[in-house]
Design a protein around this ligand. Structure first.
Ligand SMILES: NC(=O)c1ccc[n+]([C@@H]2O[C@H](COP(=O)([O-])OP(=O)(O)OC[C@H]3O[C@@H](n4cnc5c(N)ncnc54)[C@H](OP(=O)(O)O)[C@@H]3O)[C@@H](O)[C@H]2O)c1
Length: 332
């Protein structure tokens, strides 16, 4: 019973999280292929069985029905068409196809109706790890009061840049506290005890590609091509979970208590909002959890109808692996 499934990038932080979630959610699998840049004789335990890691190849996709791609955009651009030609349905977590008009960009709680578009190329894209939690919050508020403008600042953990980035922050932190010289490879500046307002490359207008992804992806997922969004994305020395300060202006009245009521009923959201008792979302609390934690909900008196909120979300789970597995479940 089940499907022949492949995970490309199985040895990476996102790929490993996919395997953990496939196991947790008892996804129906009859055979599992683990693919990476090279085998290197590695094995990974899945449902108590040691499975060999293979180097990616066309042969490896033979008979595969569903493949999760988490090995970088250039790898997806090279291998997705080859795998799709063999009838594989690809769920891609990279940015390679997110803005392709023939590829649906899916958050199952928000736009499952876009899924059928996958038939064009056999590829389904999972959005950026900062876009997903923000759109989960915007959807119920837009349905009720029509979102007019969004200003968002992100605080993105180092795991968003992969395994090597996590190791770099830990090593720098140890060296810094020991008074040793800091080594830097993955980030353009030291990340330990620092903030870097630079994720992905800069564009001529002064925005970064990460910020442009948040704008274009949100517009595509919510079918709002003119939605006004102004993002600033920052890398912070946190291991897992992204956080965001979000200011939302609406066409119709929607104050903080109305928003809290709407969000408390929305799928994938958990309200943590009792400042008097120091209760609000923090990365350490939502790491390993499926929900997007929302709090610090308050009115914005500087505009006619506006609210501010703060959210935290595990970027490896709902920001990547969980969203991808939920797409596969939707697909099934
Ligand atoms: N981290 C996040 O929060 C997040 C969220 C959303 C999307 N993503 C996207 O997911 C992708 C993976 O990110 P990650 O954070 O998991 O990175 P990572 O920890 O660096 O893992 C990269 C994985 O890709 C494999 N790989 C690298 N080059 C390859 C090649 N030429 N051919 C085949 N496999 C190759 C690696 O295999 P080896 O072990 O053989 O090197 C490893 O399994 C990236 O595109 C990223 O943008 C990440």
């Amino acid at each position: 019973m089940g499907f022949k499934v492949a995970v490309l990038g199985a040895t990476g932080v996102v790929g490993s999280e996919v395997l953990k979630i496939l196991e947790e959610r008892k996804f129906p699998i009859k055979e599992l292929k683990l693919l990476a840049s090279k085998s290197g004789g590695r094995t990974i335990k899945f449902r108590g069985e040691d499975i060999k890691v293979e180097a990616v190849s066309e042969e490896a996709f033979k008979g595969v029905e569903i493949a999760f791609f988490a090995a970088g955009g250039s790898v997806s651009l090279e291998w997705a068409p080859k795998a799709a030609a063999k009838g594989v349905v690809i769920i891609d977590k990279t940015s390679a196809y997110r803005e392709d008009p023939d590829v649906p960009l899916i958050i199952p709680e928000v736009n499952p109706h876009h899924l059928s578009q996958h038939k064009k190329k056999g590829i389904i894209s999972s959005p950026n790890c900062s876009t997903i939690p923000m759109v989960l919050v915007l959807k119920p508020i837009n349905d009720a009061a029509k979102v007019k403008r969004v200003v968002v600042s992100t605080y993105q953990s180092v795991s968003g840049a992969g395994l090597a980035a996590m190791n770099e922050m830990e090593e720098q932190s140890r060296d810094f506290l020991a008074g040793r010289e800091l080594k830097r490879k993955k980030f353009v500046h030291r990340i330990a005890f620092n903030l870097i307002p630079h994720i992905d490359s800069f564009l001529p207008d002064g925005y970064t590609k990460e910020e442009l992804k948040m704008i274009n992806e949100t517009r595509k997922i919510m079918d709002l091509p003119d939605l006004r969004i102004s993002p600033t994305t920052v890398r912070v020395p946190v291991l897992i979970s992204h956080s965001e300060a979000v200011n939302i202006e609406t066409e119709k009245p929607c104050d903080a208590s109305r928003a809290r009521e709407l969000l408390s009923k929305a799928p994938g959201i958990k309200i943590v909002d009792d400042p008097a008792h120091a209760l609000y979302p923090m990365p350490v609390d939502c790491a390993g959890k499926d929900e997007t934690f929302v709090g610090r909900l308050r009115n914005d008196p500087s505009v006619k109808y506006g609210i501010n909120l703060w959210l935290s979300c595990d970027n490896l789970r709902k920001g990547a692996a969980l969203n991808a597995v939920q797409i596969a479940e939707l697909f099934l």
